[in-house]
Design a protein around this ligand. Structure first.
Ligand SMILES: Cc1ncc(COP(=O)(O)O)c(C=O)c1O
Length: 396
């Protein structure tokens, strides 16, 4: 049996296997033609390319308005401001920091509710117990691309007169009950940063069917200035640059192919790892589609024989990059922990998932043979689990 690299064997990969890589358009004459057009028009931000991206994204998602912004974080900040949220907003702690930061920048108190143990999304069954007379909204996340239980969230929001926003940063390529995201809740906000399926470099898209909200986001991304410099509210500079819009436009026709490719790669991962004791996968409702912005495994340490950190360390020795994601959860991060010291007890699932989850490499132009090699590495690490456990958890 070949020894794993952490015990002195040869690493599975010669070159680092990255956790993710942006899938970019070709650097060819076509790109230079577009750059030439941008330069000759003299408009390098918030111009024709941005308008075209907004139209095509609205069309792809089947929503009335798609408003391009500088990133998902600024989009969330603007939506929260434009909807007039106040007091407290309910959200998961098992998410990326920006979900909560967007509330903090609007002086709103994040109220963290636990996630569900299988899909890792905000658990609707626990929300109503956290609603107070200060609650003004709910912000749910498409965790790793997995759509949350949208119908249940919509019912809770309607019953309690709350605004419902989706942090759909991972949502390009996802589907909820065979419907593309974009028109759920009051607004959804997507990211097009380099780790996403649709890459603009930096960029975000706010989507809504609400005309007045769309108007506010349009002026909000421009300081709140409706055009006469008499600002309606304190907005941001959250405009998108033309080159970023071009990158996303060039990728948009390939988006469906990217989702398919990622789902195929995940199917290979799952097939190869299906019989490994102590490993489980994020549950996706069969009626939904996951964009698989990320692919994660959950490690049950007693059954697997190694904990998450030990497995990550052993994979690093194989030159396989992994990510403990999301770790730490938002309520434990330095910016929040002092406010949320007593929260641990109300977030047991978040605690368990964040301690045991590990994201494996996945990107839209990754090859199946790379998945197979990563799975072989995991299998040989498992075969030597007792020796590896003995060398300790240095990655903690
Ligand atoms: C769930 C979630 N929300 C928000 C963001 C922020 O997106 P952006 O970098 O476009 O601001 C991210 C970034 O990856 C994210 O994962």
């Amino acid at each position: 049996m070949i020894k794993p690299a952490v015990l002195g064997g040869r690493p599975m990969f010669e070159e680092e296997m990255h956790i993710t890589r942006p899938t970019l358009p070709r650097l060819d004459i076509d790109l230079f033609k577009h750059l030439d057009r941008m330069f000759s028009m003299g408009a390098i931000t918030n111009g024709q390319y941005v308008r075209e991206l907004e139209e095509k994204v609205a069309d792809y998602l089947g929503v009335r308005h798609a408003i391009a912004v500088s990133c998902c974080t600024s989009g969330l900040m603007l939506v929260i401001k434009a909807l007039g949220l106040f007091g407290e907003v309910i959200l998961p702690s098992f998410t990326f920091s920006a979900t909560a930061h967007a509330l903090m920048w609007n002086s709103i108190t994040p109220v963290f509710v636990d996630c569900d143990p299988e899909g890792y999304n905000l658990n609707p069954d626990l929300i109503e117990a956290s609603i107070t007379d200060r609650t003004s909204g709910i912000m749910a996340v498409y965790t790793f691309g997995n759509p949350p239980r949208i119908k249940a969230l919509e019912e809770i929001a309607a019953r309690n007169n709350l605004k419902l926003i989706f942090d759909a940063a991972h949502g390009f390529g996802s589907e909820y009950q065979a419907k593309r995201p974009g028109s759920f809740g009051h607004a959804e906000v997507f990211s097009m940063s380099p780790t996403k399926l649709l890459v603009a470099g930096e960029g975000g898209i706010v989507t809504t069917n609400d005309d007045e909200l769309a108007r506010k986001i349009q002026i909000g991304r421009n300081y709140g200035n409706p055009g006469d410099y008499d600002c309606e509210f304190a907005g941001l500079n959250a405009r998108m640059e033309e080159f970023n819009a071009y990158l996303a436009l060039a990728s948009l026709p390939n988006l469906e192919g990217f989702v398919q490719r990622r789902n195929d790669l995940v199917a290979s991962y799952k097939k190869e790892l299906a019989d490994m004791p102590g490993l489980s996968f994020q549950r996706i409702d069969p009626a939904d589609r996951n964009s698989y912005k990320d692919f994660s495994i959950l490690i049950e340490p007693l059954t697997f024989g190694l904990n998450r950190n030990q497995l990550a360390q052993a994979l690093k020795a194989e030159k396989i990059d992994t990510k403990k994601y999301f770790y730490p959860p938002v309520h434990r991060q330095k910016a929040y922990a002092f406010l949320y010291a007593g929260y641990e007890e109300s977030l047991p699932v978040t605690g368990y998932v964040t301690e045991n989850i590990l994201c494996l490499p996945l990107y839209s132009h990754m090859e199946e043979k790379e998945v197979l090699k990563i799975c072989s590495a995991i299998k040989r690490i498992y075969d030597f689990r007792e020796d590896i456990a003995r060398i300790g958890d240095e990655n903690a």
